[in-house]
Design a protein around this ligand. Structure first.
Ligand SMILES: [Zn+2]
Length: 221
């Protein structure tokens, strides 16, 4: 069976070049070409767009995390990377995402505090529809990294608790893969949430690994 062919790009007809302002002697790269060249998963912050498992700097404090992260693509369990600020956990998560993106063109990165802000119930119909669309993306994207779990507040609100648990259970029920990063351990997360449901799902469905490196950003890495 042959793969169904995607329709040619409406802008450039798949040449990859787009005339500027109707002039034929000046062209720029078409957005479709730029999209094909992109080497990072959607949402990955600029500072980690070039991050790969190959250029990740191995240190004593991240060796196990790097090993486990390297097996994520062929495994079936989720991944929780725990470590202090600057330990390289977000870079490592983005390295895994970028590798998956290169192979499958799938992957989405989102920071938990921003995501929770964006999912707040909206009073008007358009706002509510936008919230539903964001929510659907978070539950249905094949691979999502939720970065900085536990940074949202000192103590989770009922809304935070419910939203995170619902998203994670929905993803798991559909067999979709999730990567989390946090600067809190599983026990701390459970104390902070004042509820151990999310923490126990994380422990049950994920490989949980700690990074114990010192702040790499301070030392220029
Ligand atoms: Zn094009």
């Amino acid at each position: 069976m042959s793969q169904p062919r995607a329709a040619p790009c409406e802008i450039c007809g798949d040449t990859g070049w787009q005339p500027v302002g109707g002039l034929t002697d000046r062209v720029v790269r078409c957005v479709c070409w730029l999209e094909k060249q992109r080497a990072w998963a959607d949402g990955v912050p600029q500072e980690f767009q070039a991050a790969t498992l190959a250029n990740y700097r191995p240190l004593a404090g991240n060796r196990e995390a790097l090993r486990v992260a390297g097996t994520f693509a062929e495994g079936s369990r989720d991944l929780v990377l725990i470590g202090p600020v600057g330990s390289g956990k977000t870079r490592l998560a983005c390295s895994v995402l970028n590798a998956l993106y290169a192979a499958t063109k799938q992957g989405y990165f989102v920071r938990v505090p921003w995501m929770l802000h964006q999912l707040q119930p909206a009073p008007d119909p358009d706002g509510a529809a936008a919230v539903r669309a964001r929510e659907r993306r978070l539950t249905d994207e094949p691979i999502v990294c939720f970065d900085d779990l536990g940074a949202e507040r000192d103590r989770a609100t009922d809304y935070t608790r419910r939203t995170l648990l619902m998203l994670y259970e929905r993803r798991h029920d559909q067999g979709l893969r999730t990567i989390w990063t946090s600067n809190k351990g599983i026990d701390d997360l459970s104390a902070m949430q004042d509820d151990d449901r999310l923490a126990s799902r994380l422990a049950g469905w994920s490989d949980v690994v700690e990074l114990t490196c010192a702040d790499q950003r301070v030392s220029g890495h």
